[in-house]
Design a protein around this ligand. Structure first.
Ligand SMILES: *Cc1c(COP(=O)(O)O)cnc(C)c1O
Length: 495
């Protein structure tokens, strides 16, 4: 007999796979054709295993067939897991407020509602409702951006300013340099040539914008004279970049924005400040003062920066977006660059950003914008929530304790700033990595919980857990502890 045909003897047929209960469960998520294709691929995948595992004389109890059926079922289960649309909601119990891997800032209820309203229907994105003529999508956010900056910084006079919002801050810098500096020189301090994260490097973006980089000073010290000496007739921009995600301490010197602004004005060169975080509120009011205080875009403008760029989804607390604010004549040029079209914000982002900016104009940002509520959460409130969570966990049979700890702002914002919090330390009798993995998988079909591991334990920080979700977190932890105890150790180790 052909040994290959013999080896395939115990493979399940496509028909029998299609009759399996777990395939039936996929019927709502896949068309009939897609399911048949999945079943065929699953059986094909097991064929190699069949050839590598020749039938033996003593396999009379169908063990080999069951092995293959299990392998097919596992492949189909994997397909079922990926059939769920993603990204999906997770609960952030890490205490890192701006968690880049978790989508940075959550939106306020008002911003969420604004998104839902324009998402389901049409919107006046490029229509002037007054005249019925074609409008510019950029008009929607220009005033709200400037009003938010003025409201949060009375020293700022926004009358000569204009603003646009694009897809993100990296795009904002690209666009600004493409318009103002293509084919010309941009002076930047070596201390500002930073990598922001995810491989985003300021020098690379500058080159993509077609600018020639002129580096001045050293990593830790750059003086005004370094900039002044580098100016030539070909200098298009003086660029400063806020090194958001690291701090150089010790023997350092950098030039004040106001001094650079005087140099730029003297020589007729625009000063562009990429400030990154887009913090409109004074962090000193949140106990983050002194050297840790986060610079604000409004302060750069007051000091004389010609253009500032910042993210919408960091400390602004809005959707992914990049904001460009500056002197009207420059922003007007930037807006008309062809890349502005490629980098434009969609109607969902525009609605979310508009509603987020309205919180600053109204003055309710500290308690309405989720990230500011989290950053400003009172220690007593966090301790009470940690205690309540621990009580719920113990009630479901999970040992835990409560202890003081720290949260972080994250997202490349405010490095070194730690916020005192109260942590719940889970002592489920399961290794922390395994419990954390089950929490991410949400074995009960619920919501994945992302936690931190500290000193070999899973810790939960109530600061970043939405107010109404503490009970859900307790349920997820209980089901993850249960699942990890039930799982065969060999299986948990493999995955
Ligand atoms: C985060 C950051 C960026 C990139 O912003 P995205 O909105 O993520 O594109 C650029 N510059 C600085 C200084 C930053 O901190």
């Amino acid at each position: 007999m052909n040994p290959q045909a013999d080896a395939r003897r115990d493979l399940p047929s496509i028909d029998s796979v299609m009759r399996q209960a777990d395939v039936a469960a996929l019927v709502g998520s896949f068309s009939r054709e897609a399911l048949t294709r999945l079943a065929r691929r699953a059986v094909d995948g097991v064929r190699a295993l069949a050839i590598a595992t020749p039938p033996s004389a003593d396999d009379s109890d169908g063990r080999r067939g069951r092995l293959f059926a299990d392998a097919v079922a596992a492949t189909l289960a994997g397909a079922a897991a990926t059939s769920r649309p993603s990204p999906r909601r997770v609960i952030n119990a890490t205490g890192v407020v701006l968690h880049t891997n978790l989508g940075r800032a959550p939106l306020s209820p008002e911003a969420t509602a604004a998104v839902a309203e324009v998402a389901a229907g049409y919107a006046d994105v490029e229509l002037e409702l007054g005249t019925g003529t074609r409008g510019s999508r950029h008009v929607h956010l220009a005033r709200p951006i400037i009003e938010a900056l003025e409201t949060t910084c009375p020293a700022l006079d926004g009358s000569g300013l204009d603003a646009i919002a694009v897809n993100n801050c990296a795009g904002a810098i690209l666009l600004v340099l493409a318009e103002l500096a293509r084919g010309r020189e941009v002076i930047v301090s070596r201390g500002h040539l930073v990598e922001i994260g995810g491989g985003f490097r300021v020098p690379d973006v500058m080159r993509q914008g077609g600018a020639r980089l002129v580096e001045v000073g050293t990593t830790n010290r750059t003086r005004l004279a370094d900039y002044a000496d580098a100016v030539t007739s070909d200098t298009a921009v003086i660029l400063t970049v806020h090194p958001s995600n690291f701090r150089i301490v010790g023997f350092t010197e950098s030039v004040a924005m106001a001094d650079l602004a005087v140099l730029g004005a003297d020589r007729g060169i625009p000063l562009v400040d990429d400030i990154g975080s887009g913090c409109l509120l004074d962090t000193a009011a949140f106990g983050i003062g002194g050297a840790m205080r986060e610079p604000r875009p409004s302060e750069s403008l007051v000091a004389g920066a010609s253009v500032v760029t910042f993210s919408g989804d960091k400390l602004l607390g809005g959707p992914q977006s990049g904001v460009i604010v500056g002197a009207s004549h420059l922003v007007d040029r930037i807006r008309r660059h062809p890349l502005a079209r490629a980098l434009r914000l969609d109607k969902l982002g525009m609605a979310a950003l508009g509603a987020t900016l309205a919180h600053y104009r109204r003055g309710d940002a500290p308690h309405s914008i989720p990230i500011w509520r989290m950053i400003g959460a009172a220690q007593a409130e966090l301790a009470a929530r940690a205690d309540a969570l621990a009580t719920l966990l113990r009630r479901s049979g999970t040992a835990c304790d409560v202890s003081p700890g720290f949260s972080a702002v994250g997202g490349g914002s405010m490095p070194g700033v730690t916020l005192p919090t109260t942590l719940v330390r889970v002592k489920g009798g399961v290794p922390a990595e395994i419990l954390a993995r089950w929490l991410r998988r949400a074995p009960g079909g619920g919501v994945p919980v992302i936690c931190r591991i500290e000193d070999g334990s899973v810790v939960l920080d109530p600061r970043t857990v939405p107010l109404g979700d503490d009970i859900l977190v307790a349920e997820e932890v209980a089901s993850a502890v249960g699942a990890s105890r039930r799982a065969e150790p060999s299986r948990s180790d493999k995955e």
